[in-house]
Design a protein around this ligand. Structure first.
Ligand SMILES: C[S@@+](CC[C@H](N)C(=O)[O-])C[C@H]1O[C@@H](n2cnc3c(N)ncnc32)[C@H](O)[C@@H]1O
Length: 272
């Protein structure tokens, strides 16, 4: 299915989903993504486009660090939430928040020092659409600008199914097995816990797509990495000493090809 034909499906999904709350409370995905972004981002002030920026968690954080951040998202509810979040930090607002699509950005060429694509690439289920989004990111970046392109791992639903017990539902079993075949995640059940129609990348595919758009370095990093292997993760993540040690071992293994796919999220960093 081409997501450009059915934008209403994921808009409907997010209209009933607490995207605002998803990354609240310093969860591992947010913390690790921040670490990877900070490592590669040019120093502030610089222009950052947050494409698929949802409720503005990354945009607000970067605006507070002194960046000029422009957020684009196709879900009206997210745009409203991002505007509210920006208004709540009047000393460091998001520079602009608007409805928009990663495949056709309303920005001039070579205006951005960095582009965050933390979401669109797994929502765009067709390769041609992902290529359009990556081409747009390339167009709006200045030479030397940095792309942060997130993917969901091909193996994420299998791990989630095993860890959460969803695998006991025959419908989710089928979803797991289909995902392992070709990464085309489909959820015919209507259960929002099983996510919406998406594409899950093999780490090598994500790297190839980013490199194929012309980016010079296309380095995939594990985001959560091996983090969920920690015994009693949810409890231990709240304990500073355990969290610090976990972040250290994730960082040491974040580029290990044999382990990247175990990470639910993968972040590919590309330089124009
Ligand atoms: C799971 S959320 C991630 C939000 C945020 N960037 C983050 O990493 O927490 C995925 C986001 O991608 C957005 N999205 C989906 N398709 C898109 C497209 N074609 N262009 C731009 N954004 C898109 C969704 O509306 C949603 O806000």
């Amino acid at each position: 299915m081409d997501s450009s034909d059915k934008p209403e499906k994921f808009i409907e999904y997010y209209s009933g989903y607490d995207e605002q709350g998803r990354l609240a409370g310093g969860n591992i995905e947010f913390v690790r993504t921040q670490i990877l972004i900070e490592r590669h981002l040019p120093p502030a002030p610089a222009v950052v486009l947050d494409v698929g920026g949802a409720a503005g968690r990354y945009a607000c954080w970067l605006a507070e660090l002194g960046y000029e951040v422009h957020l684009v998202d196709p879900v009206p509810r997210h745009v409203e939430q991002a505007r509210d979040a920006s208004a709540a930090q009047p000393d460091a607002p998001i520079a602009s928040v608007r409805l928009g699509d990663a495949r056709q950005l309303a920005f001039d060429a070579e205006v951005a020092d960095a582009v965050l694509l933390l979401g669109p690439l797994y929502h765009l289920t067709e390769l041609a659409d992902r290529q359009r989004a990556l081409a747009e990111a390339y167009r709006v970046l200045k030479p030397g600008g940095v792309l942060f392109a997130a993917g969901i791992s091909r193996f994420a639903s299998t791990e989630d199914g095993l860890m959460s017990g969803f695998y006991r539902d025959p419908a989710f079993r089928e979803i797991m097995l289909n995902d392992l075949e070709d990464g085309q995640h489909r959820n015919p059940t209507g259960n929002p816990a099983y996510f919406t129609d998406t594409f899950f990348h093999h780490p090598d595919e994500l790297r190839a797509e980013v490199a194929g758009a012309g980016f010079e370095v296309a380095q995939p990093f594990a985001v959560e990495g091996i983090g969920y292997l920690m015994q009693d993760f949810e409890t231990r993540w709240q304990v500073e000493a355990d969290r610090t040690f976990l972040l250290e071992v994730i960082a040491k293994t974040e580029q290990e090809p044999s382990l990247i796919g175990i990470s639910p999220h993968i972040l590919c960093v590309g330089i124009k």
